[in-house]
Design a protein around this ligand. Structure first.
Ligand SMILES: *[C@@H]1O[C@H](CO)[C@@H](O)[C@H](O)[C@H]1NC(C)=O
Length: 411
């Protein structure tokens, strides 16, 4: 399985120019996004749902809700939030088999979330929520209370007994809201779809496969899309967790279940309202303060082009059904074969076939995706965009009219 790791840790990163700075909130700096409390948990052990024997310390191992869902809305009737961003629904701790429990501790069904965040030094998180965590009826506070009491109180790593001694009442809910807003900022659905040519429209329809392929090409993983009738309305990204919800490492996985969208005829309706300024969404690359470790090299993969389609078994670029490649080695150095034979780059052209000599490739992690690189470069180029039965030769570099990257997607 292709697995990227999203580490919720503050890095001394230079790339503050992403989602938040455009949001124009100078108080939303990296320090403000640090959790107020520390769990003291290691983030190097087994991820939730990955244990083979019983784990006793559930303060540092999310259980039974070890399958974490970051859910987002695209609300258009009425519209909520910026016209160029999806909004937060929540973070849900499902059981590893996708069943779930809710409302686990009514004694911690806190009210007054906005006041709680302000009182505990998380005003910047509140400010972000006021723009990006919107209730469809306008009752944001009630919605936040609901998300916390319904889902947050079921998280084992947020039990009050797990918090550092002397923590304020409600500190675990503050940590919950801080983590959800951080995770959301690393899942820029609008930008990812837009990068793949999918933007809201009152007329265009999409297939579920094209929406899914777009997010997979950008993030490396398959999400689940939900529809309201034929209108795209929600997306869910799935994770396992190493350590605590407070400051753990989210390990993204592909959706283990389907959403409710039909297979075709899906509309992505326009939102009314104003856009957040978008110098921000900087290519959708998750660069703000989260570090993503290189994914593992899958043994079998399809190779997807960033603009459309991907590679056939002879190594040409096409929008037809993609070939499955066999990859041997590590992300630093591997070889590829297809059903046609060895794959390699010769004279700047990528081909696979019986007479082809194997050459070495590497995989570069970018925005959660694994990009195919030849000679260390992830740039690929062709003379035209393929269409129907017309395929294009794949060249290294950028010397032809169509430039793209190639994502390695586990098959
Ligand atoms: C994983 O740990 C949890 C918590 O102790 C336990 O309930 C579950 O049965 C364990 N899973 C396996 C496969 O042992």
């Amino acid at each position: 399985m292709l697995a990227a790791t999203v580490i919720l840790a503050v890095l001394a990163g230079s790339s503050t120019g992403s989602f938040l700075s455009a949001f124009g909130e100078t108080s939303l700096n990296e320090r403000a996004l640090m959790p107020n409390i520390a769990s003291g948990c290691s983030t190097t052990g087994t991820a939730s749902c990955g244990n083979t024997s019983s784990v006793s310390n559930l303060c540092c191992f999310e259980s039974p809700g070890g399958l974490l869902l970051q859910t987002q809305f695209w609300d258009t009737s009425p519209s909520t939030g910026p016209s160029n961003s999806w909004t937060i629904h929540g973070l849900w701790p499902d059981n590893c088999d996708t069943t779930f429990t809710e409302n686990c501790d009514p004694s911690r069904a806190y009210t007054g979330i906005a006041a709680l965040l302000t009182a505990q030094g998380a005003a910047s998180t509140l400010s972000f929520m006021q723009t990006f965590w919107k209730d469809i009826s306008g009752n944001d506070e009630t919605f936040w209370e609901h998300e916390w009491s319904t889902h947050g109180t079921c998280m084992s790593t947020l039990k009050p007994t797990c918090l550092p001694s002397g923590s304020s009442k409600g500190a675990e809910a503050v940590a919950f809201f801080q983590t959800v807003t951080k995770l959301f900022q690393n899942l820029p659905t609008f930008t990812w779809l837009s990068n793949q040519g999918i933007t809201p429209s009152s007329t265009t329809t999409h297939t579920l496969a094209s929406l899914t392929a777009a997010i997979r090409a950008e993030s490396g993983f398959t999400p689940a899309f939900d529809c309201s009738g034929s209108n795209l309305n929600a997306v869910t990204y799935y994770f396992h967790l190493k350590g605590s919800i407070i400051d753990g490492t989210f390990v993204q996985i592909s959706a283990p279940e389907s959403g409710t969208c039909p297979s075709s005829g899906i509309k992505y309706p326009l939102k009314t309202g104003s856009p957040v300024s978008t110098t921000s969404t900087a290519g959708g690359v998750r660069s703000f303060w989260i570090f993503i470790t290189p994914g593992t090299l899958p043994a079998k993969a399809t190779i997807h082009a960033s603009s459309a389609g991907g590679l056939l078994s002879v190594g040409t670029w096409s929008t037809q059904t993609l070939a499955t490649y066999t990859l041997s080695g590590t992300t630093n150095s591997f070889t590829m074969t297809s059903s046609k034979g060895n794959c390699g780059v010769s004279g700047g052209t990528f081909t696979c076939g019986s007479g082809v000599s194997l050459t070495s490739f590497s995989a570069v992690s970018s925005g959660g995706a694994l990009l195919l690189a030849s000679g260390g470069s992830t740039a690929w180029t062709s003379d035209a965009v393929p269409s129907g039965s017309v395929v294009e030769t794949v060249f290294t570099g950028s010397g032809h009219s169509q430039d793209y990257t190639l994502s390695i997607i586990a098959a």
